[in-house]
Design a protein around this ligand. Structure first.
Ligand code: ZN
Ligand code: ZN
Length: 256
């Protein structure tokens, strides 16, 4: 496909799970899918929905870190592959995180079946379908997390989760100018102190990050599972700082 045609076709990101820690009656834990390029970002409880959306025979799963809310869905892959048979599934992450998943999540005592995929250490720059690249960079979090940036000719996005947002954090330079920023916003500003303590984000600094990085659009995920309200984090506060802000919902399809 010529490059100029490709840049005119929007990319599609499906938010399968938009809360963190544990599912609630409205949201599942983190998992996002780019069906047209066979890429999944994080593998939380929403993984079981992926079979409905997959189009390609191969799937690459990229893990930001190994906390349970981001990896437990790896054990649901048999259901996904029943709905949509896959020839190959590869799980990518930092080596210490992959080792933890293999040793603990797939220990004989917890899940006594060999998973239907291979693990591979995440490359510095991974080639995505459609001429794209996926790159990563460190985020401050308990045990560490990584931010992901995906670039195609004419389209770009970044996924930042499990960190305390700050417009002066080093990761802001890595996400500069993306078309779509999907950023965690676990808490509202009323829980700012708690957000810092648990290495998560609250509303105002997330919007400040979007503004400082000059992104085009901000979508908030990893919302507090203790709330099923329409607006758990104070969206107007975010929009006063960065107007093009939306709350993520499970099964929301975003084009960029
Ligand atoms: Zn999390
Ligand atoms: Zn975490």
């Amino acid at each position: 496909m010529p490059q100029n045609t490709l840049s005119l076709t929007p990319m599609r990101l499906i938010l399968l799970g938009t809360t963190g820690y544990h599912p609630n009656d409205r949201r599942h834990t983190p998992c996002m899918l780019l069906p047209e390029c066979g890429a999944m970002l994080d593998a939380g409880t929403a993984v079981y929905r992926a079979g409905e959306y997959l189009t390609l025979p191969e799937l690459d799963i990229f893990l930001t870190h190994a906390h349970l809310d981001h990896v437990i869905g790896l054990t649901y892959m048999f259901s996904v592959m029943h709905a949509h048979p896959l020839k190959r599934v590869t799980v990518h992450g930092l080596p210490d995180k992959l080792a933890a998943v293999k040793e603990h999540l797939f220990s004989d005592a917890l899940f006594p079946t060999k998973p239907p995929f291979e693990f591979r250490p995440l490359e510095d720059s991974f080639a995505l379908a459609g001429g794209g690249r996926l790159t990563h960079f460190p985020l401050e979090h308990h045990g560490g997390s990584i931010g992901l940036r995906l670039d195609w000719p004419g389209h770009s996005m970044a996924y930042i989760t499990d960190t305390s947002a700050s417009p002066t954090a080093p990761y802001v330079a890595k996400i500069r100018g993306v078309d779509l920023l999907v950023h965690e916003c676990y808490f509202g500003d009323d829980q700012a102190e708690w957000a810092r303590k648990v290495a998560h984000s609250h509303t105002t600094p997330v919007a400040q990050v979007a503004r400082a990085a000059g992104v085009k659009r901000l979508v908030l995920v990893h919302l507090n599972p203790l709330s099923v309200a329409d607006d758990p984090i104070g969206i107007d506060t975010a929009r006063a700082i960065f107007a093009n802000t939306e709350l993520g919902e499970d099964r929301m399809e975003l084009e960029f």
